[in-house]
Design a protein around this ligand. Structure first.
Ligand code: MSP
Length: 599
């Protein structure tokens, strides 16, 4: 029996005795070690009928035709689903780009494992009902129009999502009703009366201690302390979910594993939320108030609460209710390896949704990344202030990769809110253009080429290895040896900005090295010029591979220009001397002059 590298299960009964054993045993326990966020430890049993059952995903139950096949749960990453009550802004782009970086990294590091990446739109609820009414449109027509903007943004942003899910889809409707019925059957839903302060904008109830009275230019108002959105008093009969019963289980989960929520201060926020008893959650609204939503099974007078509906989307995307399409649904993707959300919706994802899953007896998502927000002029983006940053316009002007680069470089720490500004975007645009684009042109310049013995750079392991002997090149070699490991470690721990920073530091060092060693100068021996060129191209090859999650199309252009074959661009090839360079095109401009910025 062969135990594969971390996180991977590869069964190869090569020897006849092993083969016999394999057929005789009912279940073969296989320990797979793991240890990062993206590769959690997993214990699997292989049934003699070739069905694989894993303990961390009790529902993982797939039939494999060949024991030679590599078996592991797909990597599943989710974004929140966006309210299509207005066109998307830069914060929405940021959420989906962050998820895309993680998804692409997962594919590059483990090409044998499928990656599911879900995003979409959250189309029911009072907020949408109201916005549609204001536009004089039927909610369904309104959603069809607005949802397209989010789909178009995801495509324009070059994200590699595998499912764009709308909550108005029939499949989702069935999934939500199934969840409701299951919880009801377990006695976890009851009818009660509810009173509290409801915010249509936040789509949630607040208690007395969560609101404050304020004076506004149009008179006194009541707002949520947390979000500042207006609330109104509501008293109504609705269905409730026994959320209170799950506090201890949630507390235990978060107390025993702090890594489940990142960054760490969000973990503390959740522990704080759980420090006092939880109230049961209202999960329906009278149909008379909210008609735009999924009806409660067997009670046409009630519509499901939009968050109950929306959170279930993560299940829907895996083909839930599982098993309905016999073989080909994607149930084995459950649970999500990572859920990416903004800090404003932590309560829903760290408390309400896990409680629903515990109630259903389903495995919990493995990790939650709760990022901070983008502001503009240090203020929350808002139509009334007129400071909403348009992601489509930014991409049209600067190009998708430079916008993605800026979002990851500045926003990839996730801890504090960050401010969107054209000056900063320009600054970081310039950084990548000069560190990467100019470096490429410099190293391929005629002035350097003519100093090479064959007039073109030659790259071989022996030349590269010999760079270790030159004091000016030695450090770059040792950094390059570690680079892919360091970037991987950062990304596996969700330190997106730190991962990118490692690559940038490497490019800075390379530019500096070129300035110091002057390969264009007659005083530099041609043998040394050859070493400098070989090392520079190797550095570009490695950085090109590692930049793929962040700036996918620039990275592709770079790797194309270096002649790196398409099947040699994975993380395993990103080691020093880890992959080939082909015929290099010397005059490729990675960055073109951009159109003028409109006033
Ligand atoms: N529909 C709910 C999510 C349901 S998930 C089952 C929702 N939608 S939203 O459109 O308001 O927000 C979607 C995501 O965008 C959230 O993660 C939110 O935090 C994020 N952002 C909204 N404004 C943002 C910024 N200004 N900056 C960064 N992210 C922002 O909540």
């Amino acid at each position: 029996m062969h135990i594969a590298r971390p996180g991977q299960l590869c069964l190869r009964p090569r020897h006849p005795v092993q083969l016999r054993l394999f057929h005789t045993l009912l279940y073969i326990p296989l320990q797979i070690h793991g240890g990062s966020s993206t590769h959690p430890p997993m214990l699997c049993w292989l049934h003699r009928s070739n069905r694989l059952i894993s303990t961390n995903t009790r529902l993982l139950y797939r039939r494999y035709s060949s024991v030679e096949q590599v078996l592991e749960k797909p990597f599943y990453v989710t974004t929140p689903i966006f309210y299509p009550n207005a066109v998307p802004h830069i914060g929405h782009l940021y959420t989906i780009v962050t998820a895309d970086i993680i998804a692409r990294h997962a594919r590059l590091t483990r090409p044998d494992r499928p990656v599911y990446f879900m995003t979409g739109t959250d189309e029911h609820g009072l907020k949408i009902q109201k916005a549609a009414k204001e536009k004089g449109l039927e909610p369904s027509v309104f959603c069809d129009q607005l949802s397209e903007h989010f789909r178009a943004l995801a495509e324009k942003a070059d994200t590699s999502h595998t499912r764009f899910l709308r909550t108005t889809e029939q499949a989702h409707h069935e999934a939500v009703q199934d969840v409701w019925r299951k919880l009801d059957a377990k006695g976890l839903i009851y009818k009660g009366s509810h009173q509290g302060w409801y915010s249509i904008s936040d789509e949630c109830f607040y208690t007395d201690s969560q609101i404050k009275r304020v004076d506004t230019p149009v008179g006194p108002s009541v707002v949520s302390i947390e979000t500042g959105s207006t609330v109104e008093w509501m008293e109504e009969e609705n269905y409730k979910f026994r959320l209170s019963a799950f506090r201890d289980a949630l507390l235990e989960r978060y107390q025993t594993d702090a890594r489940v929520i990142f960054p760490p201060h969000q973990h503390s926020v959740v522990l704080d939320m759980l420090s006092s008893p939880l109230e049961d959650l209202s999960i329906s609204r009278p149909r008379s108030r909210l008609h735009w939503g999924i009806p409660v099974p067997n009670d046409p007078d009630h519509t499901m609460y939009v968050w109950f509906d929306a959170l279930t989307v993560y299940l829907t995307a895996t083909g839930y209710p599982w098993g309905k399409n016999s073989a080909k649904d994607v149930m084995s993707a459950w649970p999500p390896n990572l859920q990416i959300i903004g800090k404003d919706i932590v309560r829903f994802h760290a408390i309400y949704f896990p409680a629903m899953l515990l109630a259903l007896d389903f495995p919990l998502p493995q990790r939650l990344l709760a990022h901070s927000h983008w502001t503009v002029n240090r203020l929350k983006m808002s139509k009334s202030i007129g400071n909403v940053a348009d992601p489509i316009q930014a991409i049209d002007i600067y190009g998708v990769d430079l916008v993605r680069y800026y979002l990851a470089r500045v926003g990839g720490h996730f801890k504090n809110d960050v401010d969107w500004s054209i000056e900063q975007l320009e600054k970081f645009t310039f950084e990548l253009q000069s560190l990467l684009g100019n470096f490429y042109l410099r190293i391929n310049s005629a002035a350097i080429r003519k100093r090479l013995p064959q007039g073109a750079p030659a790259s071989s392991s022996s030349i590269l290895e010999s760079c270790r002997d030159l004091p000016e090149l030695r450090d770059i070699v040792s950094d390059l040896v570690r680079l892919s490991l360091d970037v991987d470690a950062h990304l596996s721990e969700l330190r997106v900005a730190d991962a990118l920073d490692e690559i940038i530091k490497q490019l800075q060092a390379a530019n500096q090295m070129l300035t110091v060693t002057e390969p264009w100068s007659k005083n530099t021996p041609s043998e040394k010029v050859e070493q400098i060129c070989a090392l520079s191209l190797e550095l570009l090859r490695i950085c090109g591979i590692l930049l793929q999650p962040f700036t996918p199309s620039k990275a592709t252009q770079l790797l194309d220009a270096l002649g790196v074959p398409a099947d040699k661009r994975g993380w395993t090839q990103a080691g020093f001397c880890g992959g080939p360079i082909g015929s290099v095109q010397p005059s490729v401009k990675l960055f073109q002059p951009r159109p003028p910025v409109p006033e």
